[in-house]
Structure formats: structure tokens, C-alpha cells
Design a protein around this ligand. Sequence first.
Ligand SMILES: *Cc1c(COP(=O)(O)O)cnc(C)c1O
Length: 424
Amino acid sequence: MSKSKEIFSEAIKYIPGGVNSPVRAFGSINREPIFIKKAKGSKIYDVDGNEYIDLICSWGPMILGHNDERIKEAVFKACEDGLSFGAATEIEVEMAKLICEIVPCVDMVRMVNSGTEAVMSAIRVARGFTKKDKIIKFTGCYHGHSDGLLVKAGSGVMTAGVPDSAGVPKGCTKDTLSATYNDLSSVKELFKENEGQIAAIIIEPVAANMGVVLPEKSFLEGLRKICDENDALLIFDEVITGFRLGVAGASQYFGIKPDLVTYGKIIGAGMPVGAYGGRKEIMEMVSPVGAVYQAGTLSGNPVAMAAGITQLKILKESPDIYTELNKAGDTLYSEIKKIIERKGLGYTVNNIGSLASIFFTGEEVKDYSSAKKADTQKFAKYADSMYKNGIYVAPSQFEAMFLSASHTDDDLEKILEAVEKSLV
Ligand SMILES: *Cc1c(COP(=O)(O)O)cnc(C)c1O
């Protein structure tokens, strides 16, 4: 028996499903999870000694590759001074200033400990600021696991086929309205039906939790306009797109100014960090300045800040990273499209720079219902074959592939060889 199997048989006794986050389970592809021992650069190593080229990159944070020496050094150095003080530190100010410098639509920012917390808090601020209760989200978008946002959600709940979670009281979701991604008329209808009651629209500006689904150009612009006309806030959930599509994320990439932005994943370089920020007058609603309460014992933790700030500084100072990442993505995914064409499979590849998904369907994928048409059993066979060929992909059809700056041309070639063997 493999060591992964052995550990898993212990894990399920003590941890629900043997994993601390459902997206780490391999149930939907009919096998036990791969237990990881270590990672470096573009490679990840399991407890059985297998080496994989990693296309998850911790779901995004490892945009520079695993275990970057500069980040590791900054973390070790921070540890020497202490792990946490529960008091204000200078590095938090540096981090906030850096984010405001990088992202034009952010005047002020508050650090939290996860993407879930960031979104949950941003929604509270939007409600406090507009004095309205209802929010619109899009079916298939995932915004963390807080009660009010587990409505027709993507990511692990989509994989599990239960987009609404048990244990969420109806009262918590009665103000969450769902619209269809890339469909402005579905949004307009909700505004008409709920006139004067909608505080905010929250969206993944590139959806990456129902697989990667790109926004039509006019769609994001339309949302901005609808929000302006209705005194509602536009919130970009940039937990995945932030510092990935470019250093200033989707708002810069698409040239659209949201009122609030949420971050996670990349912002902590692998440490548990999230943040939300936006216009000054809105952010001044947050306690202790304003009446919207939000707090966190370990928020702005000095070790986590050291990791995050080191990575963000590198990203800010080397714009070439994005040119090359996007080029690598475009090359890899156009080659994958060619393989699909050559084999006459007709599958759909959605990609934007270094983010992509292969959907096992012949139809164009532009929202939740078209994504759901994908053949998950075909995906399962593909994923299993990819692992056997040394490539670590997400164990679900409805997740993204992430490239990092440390993936080499040689890595891309090996990925293509594995795809060639695994796509049937
Ligand atoms: C991952 C994710 C979240 C939740 O972040 P956690 O750190 O897992 O709580 C929220 N929004 C989006 C878009 C995400 O991809």
C-alpha cells in the first residue's frame, strides 16, 4: 500500500473526510488524496517520493514557485522577533501602504486571515455604507464559506453537487440574490424586483471556481453602470485574480474600478492572509473609525505579513514576471487546444494568462449551467492519468490550473506530453 493510502486510512478516523478543506479530497475522481511532503519551484513531492510538476501552486499563492528563498528568509527573520504580539506593528503599515500603491482603486485596506473573512467583512461594510441589506452574487462563483455566501456557490460545493450547504439558516441567505454570470439582464431583473434594497454586487471578475470562466467585456462594464445607477457598490472578489492577472489584478486588467476589493491566496504568499480594501469614505466605515465592527486577534500577523510583503514587493518590482507568465499560459493552452483539435475531442479550453481550465464538453463555457455540462467522469480519468504522468492537477473539473514564474519551458513540454497521453 502506498504511504498516501496508509496516511489517508488514519486521516479519515480523525479528520472529516481525512482533509482540512474539501477541495483537497479526491473523491470526485474516485481515489485517495495524494499526501504532500515538500515542494520547491515548480515541483511538488508526495510522501511516496513521487515528483510532480505542480499546476495548483497552493491554489494560486505560489505565483513565484514553491519555497522561494527570499520569502523563506523573510519569514525566518520575522520569526526571530516573535510570532505574534496582538498589538500594532510597523510591517502592517508597510503592507497596507504597498497594496494601496499597487492597486489604484484601493485607498485603505484592512488585513484579515483568509479570503472567506475578507469577503464576509467587505459585504458587511457594503451593507453598512449603503444602509441596504440585499446582495447579488453569481451562480457558480465562490466567495468563501460564510453563511450568506454559500448560495449556488462554486468550488468544493459544486464538485460535491451541493451548492447550498446544510446548516445555513434561511434567515442568513434570504438577502443573497443569485444572477447568471455573463448575463446582464439577469442582474437588471433583480434590481427591478428589489428596487432600492441592493447594497452590492459581488463577483469574481474572472470566475475561477466553476472552472475558469471569462467575463464578456461588456458584462463587467455593465455591472459598474448598474451599480452607479442604483447606488449599489461593486465588489471584485480578487482572491484568485489579485496580483495574478497583473500586479494590480482584474480591476487594472479590465480597466474597471470596483468600490471594494477582496484578497486572499497570493496576498499571503502561502501564509493564511486575506484583506479587503477600497475607497476611503467606504473603508472609514470600519471600526474603530466607523460603526461596522470587524476584528481579528491574529490579523496582520507579523510572520504572515513578512511573507506577503516580500512576495508583493517582488511582483511589483518585476513586471516582466507577468509578461512571461501570461506568455507561458498562452503558449501552453494554445498547444493544449491543438492537441484537442488533433484528437478530434472538441473539449473547451478557457484561459486568461496563467489561469485556465479544460472543460470536458464541446460547448462554449460562459456560466454555471454550461460548465455543469462537462463530463466529470472523463475528467476523472484525465486527472488520474496526469498524476501518473507526473503532473499535479486539481482533483476536480470545476477548478483552475495555476502556472507560476518558476515553470520552465521544459516543464511546459512535460505537461504537454502528459496532456497528449491523458486526453481521451
Ligand atoms: C479561495 C477563495 C475564497 C476563499 O478564500 P479562503 O482563504 O479559502 O477562505 C474566496 N473567494 C474566492 C474567489 C476564492 O477563490
